[in-house]
Write a protein that binds this ligand. Structure first.
Ligand SMILES: Cc1cc2nc3c(=O)[nH]c(=O)nc-3n(C[C@H](O)[C@H](O)[C@H](O)COP(=O)(O)O)c2cc1C
Length: 413
């Protein structure tokens, strides 16, 4: 009997088996991650802990992300296009939950990643046991739902041609040309990070721009849940390497009725809202305190797309603000403490001196100031705009109904 020297993954001609293989790898990394807090408590960030942290970091920063993209951009849309009857109803329920869970797990991962970065270099031993448990439990439950419902459905419904197309898209995402995967026993590449993804789903990015000039947005293309639809477009923008896809304009109006807008970076979105972080004493902070109604705007030029989100804004909890604040690089934490955002100051030199004073006082462990934290917009209206030829654009608007459901309506360009 011969045995391969390599850890072999199923062939990409069986894409569902490859996805299951990815789940098994995720389970393996979760098991390592869950052992770390106890090990760190006993031994600190020793060589073994560093090695474990590096392995977990490598997997969740690259391969797990590709795996989510396989599901979000290929598997689920293909199933949605194919499923009927009970299958379609189940998908209608599950798909938005799967997408939202990806977002939540990504948010937890951000914090765990920041802690593991320091463990991997032996710099620190702090790793939140509770967060690790929450992350592992969420992932485990998530994978079970997919394995119980999504994988069998895909196996049952997909034709050979659809399986081939799914496998091809997954390979291309990993920088593999489909023909290169014909040999059984090829080294495991299911976790290989994408090489400068020049192609997305088999489409050359340079062509993508041209194609989008002819793209359309039909009522039937748009998911019934605006957050899931936003997730779909956001991922497509990230994949198309749109410049600063996570930058959005936030427009606010204070009690004087005069609007003001600025760019911030979105840090999280899910069914509870769209979150960014800033200084509560800034100009936007004062305006939001006077009037919590605001408008967000994303413009993804390369894809000729715009998303407008309007709603009420609330503060994130201090736990959430802490979680994000302490996940930032220390220098960014120090900047946040040192800056009285939007207040006048005499000179750059004065700013530098304020920063140096904060650094001298708090070193590598600044405390989050109470006036720095997150805002979360709870959406009431979300509009998806797709550019079309001759300015005859597509616009689909979601409006929140009193019973909490969303209505969907086409409006004129
Ligand atoms: C690409 C980009 C990203 C930005 N991200 C943030 C951010 O996440 N939070 C923030 O407070 N300011 C961010 N800013 C700065 C804001 O645009 C703005 O200058 C600052 O928040 C003060 O705005 P205000 O005086 O209206 O409160 C960003 C600016 C740019 C151009």
């Amino acid at each position: 009997m011969t045995s391969s020297l390599f850890d072999t993954a199923p062939d990409f001609s069986q894409p569902i088996a490859v996805l299951k293989h990815c789940h098994d790898r995720i389970r393996k990394q979760l098991a390592t991650l869950q052992k770390l807090p106890a090990h760190l408590a006993e031994h600190g960030a020793d060589a073994e802990a560093q090695q474990a942290a590096q392995a977990v970091l490598k997997y969740f920063s690259h391969a797990a992300h590709l795996h989510h993209q396989d599901e979000e951009q290929n598997l689920l849309p293909m199933l949605q296009a194919t499923a009927q009857g009970d299958d379609a109803a189940l998908l209608h329920d599950l798909a938005p939950r799967i997408l939202a869970q990806h977002q939540l797990m990504d948010a937890d991962w951000l914090v765990i990643q920041a802690q593991l970065d320091k463990i991997a270099t032996g710099e620190d031993r702090a790793l939140s046991d509770a967060l690790v448990r929450q992350f592992a439990e969420a992932y485990t439950a998530h994978m079970e739902v997919e394995e119980r419902n999504i994988a069998p459905m895909a196996k049952r419904l997909f034709s050979d041609e659809q399986m081939r197309s799914l496998g091809d898209a997954m390979q291309l995402r990993r920088g593999i040309t489909p023909a290169a995967q014909d040999t059984p026993g090829t080294p495991d590449t299911s976790d290989t990070p994408a090489v400068a993804a020049a192609t997305v789903g088999g489409v050359d990015l340079a062509d993508l721009r041209l194609d989008y000039g002819r793209a359309s947005l039909d009522e039937s293309d748009v998911l019934d849940d605006p957050v899931a639809q936003f997730a779909k477009w956001f991922d497509e923008a990230m994949n198309a390497k749109v410049f600063e896809a996570n930058a959005m304009s936030v427009a606010t109006v204070g009690s004087d009725g005069k609007p003001s807008s600025r760019i911030v970076l979105i840090k999280q979105y899910d069914h509870s809202g769209f979150t960014w972080y800033t200084n509560y004493d800034s100009r936007k902070g004062h305006q939001l305190a006077e009037n919590p109604n605001a408008a967000l705007l994303f413009f993804w030029r390369e894809l000729e797309r715009q998303v407008r989100i309007e709603g009420r804004v609330e503060l994130t909890s201090s736990e959430e603000s802490d979680k994000y604040f302490y996940s930032r690089p220390v220098k960014s934490q120090l900047s946040a403490v040192a800056s009285q955002q939007s207040e006048p100051i005499a000179s750059r030199a004065q700013m530098e001196s304020n920063y140096a004073a904060v650094e001298a006082a708090s070193g590598d462990h600044p405390q989050r100031p109470p006036h720095w934290g997150g805002y979360r917009m709870i959406p009431e209206r979300v509009e998806f705009w797709q550019g079309r030829a001759s300015r005859f654009h597509d616009r689909i608007v979601f409006t929140l109904q009193p019973d909490g459901s969303w209505s969907k309506q086409r409006i004129q360009p």
